[in-house]
Design a protein around this ligand. Structure first.
Ligand code: SF4
Length: 119
């Protein structure tokens, strides 16, 4: 059994979590949380951590880049692949906030969306 010490990042309280994980990856217990969100976070973070990713990409013919983000958290283990794909992206205006600028980033099934409008 492995013990993983974490800090819950779901709210500013930052509760310290202790997660016990069996050798087969099953979460045996989560302790230290003050609410259900913390328990859910501890389980995910100890076994399959995910993160939202924000980035900026160039816009054709513009000096100002476009800010983008993944529409959902992506597996932390795939972050390098996601960034590598975003580094090769250039968008063409106009782009509206919420538009999908890249489908299925790094084969995650998750799109990347614009977080602002560029006309
Ligand atoms: S366990 Fe609950 S109260 Fe504690 S940091 Fe996480 S979300 Fe906040």
């Amino acid at each position: 059994m492995a013990t993983v010490e974490l800090t819950c990042i779901c709210c500013p309280m930052g509760c310290p979590l202790t997660v016990e994980v069996a050798p087969d990856g099953e979460v045996l217990s989560v302790a230290g949380q003050s609410c259900r969100r913390g328990a859910d976070y501890g389980r995910r973070e100890a076994t399959a951590p995910e993160r939202m990713l924000t980035y900026v990409v160039p816009v054709q013919g513009r000096l100002e880049p476009l800010s983008v983000k993944t529409a959902q958290p992506v597996p932390k283990a795939l972050m390098a692949d996601v960034v590598q794909q975003l580094r090769q992206l250039e968008v063409q205006p106009p782009v509206e906030e919420g538009d999908v600028v890249l489908e299925n980033v790094a084969a995650t099934g998750i799109p990347v969306i614009a977080t602002k409008t560029i006309w």
